[in-house]
Design a protein around this ligand. Structure first.
Ligand code: KMH
Ligand code: ZN
Length: 276
């Protein structure tokens, strides 16, 4: 089994300081949270950015500034900007970090309900457009899967040569309105992806660490962070993303699976370091 890749989703677009005062907004806060996660064992930072007041933005300049600040503190970490942004953003806004040519970026492969009244819209034309732009700028897509049909969409696009193997999936389980967090769903999704693909599991809220444990045991990889969960344990607000990463590291090591460095993560994911 490969070493475990830990992705830290340090900021997100929906979670706020009202939920957890340690959610980062400013460039400095975001860079510090990236560093805490990296020091704890994360090799990938899944990056959303905010204005100083916490408003989510997909501004090219803000991404550039945050990426530079993160690289200054942790030069070899893999930075994976979001092209999901926040619910309601336009496609052009969402795509802007791709023009910074990161090694990898998220590619959301379908539409789903996203909480009470929100819909996260990703039409097939949007997915194709984003995938083509990522290929043009040499950015590896991480295929975000909120429901099993999104895997089937990605496979169809791979068959049409819009996406290239090896595919990298992130199974996000437990979003209200999309697939539930369960062992059965994880097994079903794992069995549905093409051989040679790599997958990460993101458990939302209280499912973060149970799903991390299942993924670590099954040979998948793990994402933790404030975007998905703000608690270290029931009723205990995490002081930093670093604490969440440390817990994922403990779980994995307890079952005998070591943690991948950024260099090892690049090998597992077939990424070329475009770093400095
Ligand atoms: N904020 C969500 C609407 C992604 O990063 O690609 C979408 C999201 C997925 O977070
Ligand atoms: Zn995200």
């Amino acid at each position: 089994m490969d070493k475990l890749i830990i992705t830290a989703s340090i900021c997100g677009a929906e979670v706020t300081k009202e939920h957890n005062p340690n959610v980062p907004y400013t460039i400095e806060e975001i860079a510090n949270e990236a560093k805490r996660s990296y020091d704890a064992g994360a090799s990938i930072i899944h990056l959303h950015v905010r204005e100083d007041d916490g408003t989510p933005t997909q501004s090219y300049e803000r991404f550039r500034a945050c990426i530079m600040a993160i690289k200054e503190k942790c030069p070899d970490v893999i930075i994976e900007p979001s092209t999901g942004g926040a619910v309601g953003m336009s496609n052009d806004e969402r795509l802007s970090p791709v023009f910074l040519k990161p090694e990898i970026a998220s590619l959301d492969c379908g539409t789903c309900n996203f909480g009470k009244d929100d819909i996260f819209v990703n039409t097939e034309s949007t997915i194709r457009y984003f995938a083509k732009k990522m290929a043009e700028f040499n950015v590896k897509p991480e295929i975000e899967v909120f429901d099993k049909g999104m895997i089937d969409t990605a496979i169809r696009l791979y068959k049409e040569k819009v996406l290239k193997v090896p595919l990298q999936f992130n199974f996000v389980v437990g979003v209200r309105g999309a697939i539930d967090a369960s062992l059965m769903n994880l097994a079903f999704m794992e069995a549905s992806i093409p051989e040679g693909s790599v997958y990460t599991v993101t458990g939302i809220g209280r499912h973060q660490f149970t799903m991390s444990a299942m993924a670590a045991a099954a040979g998948g990889h793990v994402r933790v962070g404030f975007e998905d969960n703000i608690y270290l344990a029931k009723g205990v607000i995490a002081k930093s993303n670093g604490e969440l990463v440390e817990k994922a590291v403990r779980i994995s090591r307890e079952i005998g699976r070591e943690i991948a460095s950024p260099k090892e993560a690049r090998e597992i994911l077939h990424l070329k370091h475009k770093g400095e």
